[in-house]
Structure formats: C-alpha cells, structure tokens
Design a protein around this ligand. Structure first.
Ligand code: NOJ
Length: 729
C-alpha cells in the first residue's frame, strides 16, 4: 500500500472512530456526541450478531433488534432510532419496542410504515436460493437433501430470509441435476420423500419462510411418462406433447440449431421415426406449448404445489417455451450450426402463454413468480414484470454477461469497467422503477462466484498455470487485456478498477502478504453484499455467497462434474482452441464453481456430509465456513447479516426510489435511496485504491455502516470500502 494512502487511512480511521463512538453515544471526557468530536479512544467493533449454535432457534426480533450493531463504523443509534416507531408485522419481521420519539418522528415513521405496507411480503424480505444437492446432507449419501434444509432453517432466518428458492427436487434421472423432471408430483428419493417436503414447508412456515418451487416447464426428462408415450409412435394421445419434426431430405436434423449444452438440438427417435427438439440435453426434450393440453397439464402441476402451500415459483428457462419458425440460422461456428438461443429465445407471442399461466395459476394468490429470462433485455422488463406483466420479477442477465461477448461461448470474453456495470445495473433499476420489481442477484447455481466474477483482478480463475500472466499488465496474452492497466479501451474506466500491476493475489510470488490479499477478498465480498441489500428490489442470495465462496480452479477437464462444462470444453476444443484456452474458459465459467458443497464447519467434509461428497469440497473450507465466520465480527457472513439488518431497519432501502450519483466516478458506485422521511446514501469503492468524492453528498447524514476499519469518513472511501449513510429529508 502506498504511504500516502496509509496515512490517509490512519486519519480516516481516527475520524471514523470518533464518529463511531459519538454515534454509539460513548461519552468522551468533555466531548460532544456530534460528528467530529475530539474522541481519542478507539473501540473494537463487536459482532453484529452474537454467534449461536447451529440449529438453535433464534428469535429474529432479538436479532434484528441489534440491527447492524457491531460492524465497523456502524451507527447503531441511527438504526435503533429508525426502528423505534415501527411495529413489526410479526416477530420475525423484526423491530424493537417503541421508545420515546418526537411527534414529528412518529408521523414520519407512520408514513414510511404505510409505504412499506403497500408492498407485498416478497418485496420486503430476502430470498435465498438453495441448490439442494450441495446444501446439507443428513443421510450420508454425499448429496444434500430436504431434511438438510429443514435442519438449517434457523441459519437462514438469521439473514432475514423469508423465502427459499429450492432448485428441483422432483423425481429425476439427474442428467442435469434435477432440471430433467420425470415426475412433477414426486420427490426424488435422493432428496427425500413427500413427507420430508411437507415437513420442510411446515417448519419453514413456522419461521415465516416460504418455499418457492423451481418450475421446469420448457422441457421434461426423456424418462417422463409423458415423453415415453409421445415417443412411442405417431399415434398416441400425447403424440403432440413434444416437438417432433421429420428429418431433412438428407436424413439430417430439421434445423442446424446447436443446443445450449452443445451438439445438435435435435435427436432422432427410432420408435417415432422423427427428430425431437431439446434446447438443452437430449435427455431434456422440449414440451410443445402450442398444445393446450400441455399447458393445462403444466398449470395443474403448479396448482398442486400451490395447494401444498408453497410461496411461489421460479420459472426455469421460460424464455424458450415459444418456438419460432423452424429454419436454419446463419452458422456461427466451425460446426456449421447456430446457437439455439439466438433462434428461439423470447420469440414473439411468448407473453400470450405467460399471461395465460398468470391467469390460471397466480391470479388472486399471495405468491410471487420470478422468471429466468435469458434473452430479455432490461428495456423489455416493463412488458414482463409488474401489474400488466407476466411475472412479479425476472432474472435479467446483462450484468452476469458483462464479461462475455457471446453468452454461448465462454472463451469470447471481453473487457469491462465499472462504468459498464453501473450502466447495466442502472438500466434494470430504471426499467423496474415505476412498474415491476427487480430480483437483486450476483450469483446463482449456473454462475461464477461473485468475487471472481466482479473483481477480475482478485479472481482465482486466472491464477492456475501460465494464465496467471493475465494479471501482469505487461503480459502479451490475449486475455491480459482484461486486466491491463495500460490497455487502450474505449470502455474507459477499466484502468481505475483493476490495478493489474498492483495485484498481489494472483501469483502468490508477489511481495504483499496473504493477509492483504485476504483482506481485499473480504472487502470485495462486502461490496457485493452491500449492493445486494441496498439496490431497489428483493435480494436473491445464493448459498455460500454470504461466506465468500470462490470459483474452483481444477486443472483438468475430467475433474469437473457439470455436463455443460464438459460440453463447452469439447466445443472449444473442436473449434480449435488449445487445452489451456479451453481450461481458462472453464475456470471462469464452470457451473461447478457454484455447486461445491456448503461449508458448515472447519471439520471433515466441511460438515456437509458424513459420506463422500458428490462434488469435492472447496479447499478453502477451513477458513470459509459458517462456524468460523459466525465467530468473527469482521467476516463476510457477519457483514451479510448486518446488511440484512440494516435493510430491515431502514425502510427507504426497501421502498425508496433509486438515483445513481457520482455517475462519472471511476472507482465508486453510489446511489441514493429516497424514502418518505429519510434517504440512504450508499457508496461502494470497487477499486483497490482509496477513492475520494465530494463530501457534501453525505452532508448532514449519519453513518449507518462501513466495512472499513475507521471507515465512513465523509469524502473518502478506503480501498474496497462500502458505506451507507442516512439523513432525514
Ligand atoms: C436453467 C437452469 O438454471 C440450469 O441449471 C439448467 O441446466 C437449465 N435451465 C435447463 O433446465
């Protein structure tokens, strides 16, 4: 670290310590409690949430009563002041007993309460996606199960989780880990029984957590009785339930479409004497939504689960359900094929089906729907979400694709800068501002881990083998452009965001200590954690994100489990990439990175299983695990819990408007969330250098929380610092 930076940090630390103490009401001899008082003592922050035993029932009112306490620079007074007028809706909604308050404050609180009362439950809560295979195994088979989730409900509750998006647990041959459903009405025995499911729904309900099912309605398994019947010949009641076409005159597939997992999107059926279409694997035949019987059967499935009391649905691959005309596309690779995504995603007329789904399934029910909307741009969001849209929210992927030119080719990476990320996030905020709602997400079970994804200079994915050269600003490798501080980029700000030559994380041979690197990683994770809980929308957290999970960097393709990774690798090799180039792509984008088992303890198999885990445990589990992080007030987990509490206690973070500020700043992403009586100012420093900004932005505002020791100094953000301020309007 530069000397000047260090000096400024010491001053900043001093000032912030003063602010922290005064905010906490610590009385210094002769000092005042205003910002800037001459306090000289420092106080060690304590844990935001006192660690408690696994499985121990937690009174979340107690937890939220500690809203944000303990993180560095936290202003607990501001938080608790804000809570005083608020009557929690339920114990788990949090809040504390009303304390003394002025009439003005009381009125202001009331109007805020009314505002959030206008919102639905799922707009006020946090969602956690659980990838069931990798969450918690209770029967020793090395695969997570439903009882494993029930066992950890209290853990989820501590982060204010009010809904669990549960990845598919239906009966399935598991060709795509459950996204190939053989029977929508049965639980796969790997994951438990229907009784286990009923118990999970009930136990979650007791904690005000609702289960949200993953509806895979674009396709089924080829082992589904619907498909078996359909494939049995051309003359059966379900013959038109899937997409069957004759061969081309030369006997080849009807079109040159390449499936999302590689290879032709068509597979020949001997029994039927025709090809069937599959957007994904050949074991995942696409349903024919043109057929009203199919649609009706699917609505029955959804209603069956609603009758069980689930809280909503995540709609898998839903943008592919409507097929266009079947014709060849322009080949986009040496295999003469074209990516099916570019031919079929978001085809005109799709919304008619989805409006019907809404009418038959959702209307009048207190649930939410969130669509996986590959191929829907932010500008199209208004047609997809909101009162007149088809879903409550959709996952729109622009920010996840920030580093790829083509979502179908992992090797086709591109440079990006903070300016790009700001623009992309701003678009989705803008397009859901008046109508609809946004699911805030930075990870899911198909995506890289967010630290590696959004902080490329810290990414472990470029560190193995000679690719670590990509961290060297003078490296000549193609990919070095990503991190090259000297790269002439019309994207602009990349040099400020990624100080490649300053990187000490990648090579391990650099002079900076491992702990500096660890600090950077922790701070970076907190930047994402801050955005998760402060952007406008519902936070969708992915398991392990709250612990700072990282990508895997296995050296050989055989080490990987994910079918799409293997297929993608084969595609790249077939396209003439070297093994190193293909592996570089794999390390960055393999879905296995999101799927390694949860780390509950520092013990054997990270406490995930007593058996052999189905996928290797990440080798960082000794430090990156729930047990260890719960004890550390400065951990990523503690930060996530604190931010959940901050969001809960500061209603403008839930219902307030969004306005980006410091738009041109090359290091800082910042915005204001304006509620009826208060506004929150959120500042995140994406760079590993100190960042300055106009201090008047936080004038008359109180610091709510900062991730930096001694942070929250008006006008300055430490490297990778996140800070939230609040002021009365
Ligand atoms: C999207 C899911 O998120 C992914 O995991 C799955 O492989 C495909 N859809 C196919 O269902």
């Amino acid at each position: 670290m530069k000397k000047t930076t260090k000096a400024k940090m010491i001053i900043a630390a001093f000032l912030a310590a003063v602010m922290f103490l005064s905010a906490c009401g610590a009385s210094a001899p002769g000092g005042s409690q205003k910002q800037g008082s001459q306090e000289t003592e420092t106080q060690k922050p304590k844990s935001a949430v006192e660690p408690s035993e696994q499985g121990e029932s937690v009174n979340s009112a107690e937890y939220f009563g500690k809203a944000g306490e303990g993180q560095t620079g936290l202003n607990s007074e501001a938080a608790s002041e804000r809570e005083t007028g608020k009557q929690p809706e339920t114990a788990s909604e949090g809040g504390t007993e009303a304390q003394s308050e002025t009439a003005d404050e009381s009125a202001a609180m009331e109007s805020e309460v009314q505002m959030t009362e206008g919102l639905k439950w799922w707009q006020k809560t946090n969602v956690c996606e659980i990838y069931i295979r990798s969450f918690n195994d209770t029967d020793g088979d090395g695969i997570g199960d439903l009882n494993g989730i029930t066992e950890k409900l209290d853990y989820l509750k501590k982060m204010g989780i009010g809904a669990i998006w549960l990845t598919p647990c239906y009966k399935s041959p598991q060709a795509d880990n459950g996204y190939d459903i053989a029977d929508y009405y049965e639980i796969d025995e790997t994951f438990g029984t229907m009784e286990d499911m009923d118990r999970l729904i009930a136990e979650a309900g007791k904690r005000d957590i609702r289960i949200v099912m993953d509806l895979v309605f674009n396709h089924t398994s080829d082992q589904n009785s619907w498909f078996i019947e359909s494939a049995s010949g051309k003359d059966n009641p379900k013959s038109d339930w899937y997409i069957w076409r004759d061969a081309k005159p030369d006997g080849g597939p009807p079109t040159n479409w390449r499936g999302i997992f590689g290879g032709s999107a068509w597979t020949w059926s001997e029994t039927r004497g025709q090809y069937y279409l599959h957007t994904f694997l050949s074991e995942q035949p696409d349903l024919n939504w043109e057929n009203p019987e199919v649609r009706s059967a699917l609505y029955d499935v959804a209603n069956f689960w609603l009758d069980k009391g689930v809280g909503g649905f995540r709609m898998d691959a839903v943008t592919y359900i409507k097929k266009p005309e079947f014709k060849d596309g322009e080949p986009d690779a040496g295999d003469g094929m074209t990516a099916i995504h570019n031919m079929t995603a978001n085809t005109d007329g799709i919304l008619d089906y989805l409006h019907e789904f809404k009418d038959k399934v959702q209307r009048g029910k207190d649930i939410f729907t969130v669509g996986e909307a590959n191929g829907v741009s932010a500008s199209e969001l208004p047609q997809w979400v909101g009162e007149d849209g088809v879903f409550d929210m959709v996952f729109e992927f622009s920010h996840m694709l920030i580093d790829l030119n083509s979502e179908t080719d992992w090797s086709d990476r591109r440079e990006w800068s903070l300016a790009d990320l700001k623009r992309i996030l701003g678009e989705s905020q803008k397009n859901t501002a008046q109508n609809g709602w946004y699911p805030i997400f930075f990870e899911n079970h198909d995506q890289p881990r967010c630290i590696d994804h959004f902080f490329p200079e810290l990414s472990v994915s470029s560190t193995s083998s000679e690719n670590s050269a990509s961290f060297d600003s003078s490296a000549s490798s193609e990919n070095s452009a990503f991190f090259d501080t000297g790269a002439s980029s019309d994207i602009g700000a990349s040099s400020d965001i990624v100080a490649a030559s300053d990187s000490n994380v990648a090579s391990g041979s650099d002079t900076a200590s491992a702990s500096d690197a660890d600090t950077d990683v922790r701070m970076a994770a907190k930047v994402i954690g801050t955005l998760m809980f402060t952007l406008r929308g519902t936070p969708f957290l992915y398991q392990g994100q709250e612990l700072g999970f990282r990508n895997v960097t296995w050296d050989v393709i055989d080490a990987y489990n994910d079918i799409s990774t293997k297929r993608h690798y084969e595609f790249l090799i077939d396209e003439g990439k070297t093994v190193e180039e293909a592996m570089e792509a794999v390390r960055h984008f393999s879905r296995d990175s999101a799927r390694t088992p949860m780390h509950w303890t520092a013990g054997e198999n990270a406490g995930f299983t007593d058996g052999t885990p189905w996928l290797p445990i990440h080798d960082n589990y000794k430090t990156c695990n729930v047990e260890t992080e719960e004890k550390d007030p400065d951990s990523i987990l503690s930060w996530y819990r604190s931010m959940a509490a901050v969001r809960k206690a500061h209603e403008e973070l839930i219902d307030g408007s969004f306005e980006e500020i410091l738009n041109e700043h090359k290091q800082i992403y910042a915005f204001i969330r304006r509620g009826s009586s208060h506004e929150a100012i959120v500042l995140t420093n994406f760079s590993r250098e100190e960042a300055e900004y106009d201090a008047s932005i936080v004038e008359e505002a109180e610091l709510v929380i900062s991730s930096a020791e001694g942070g929250g100094v008006p006008g300055i953000l430490s490297p990778l610092e996140s800070a939230v301020f609040e002021r009365k309007k």
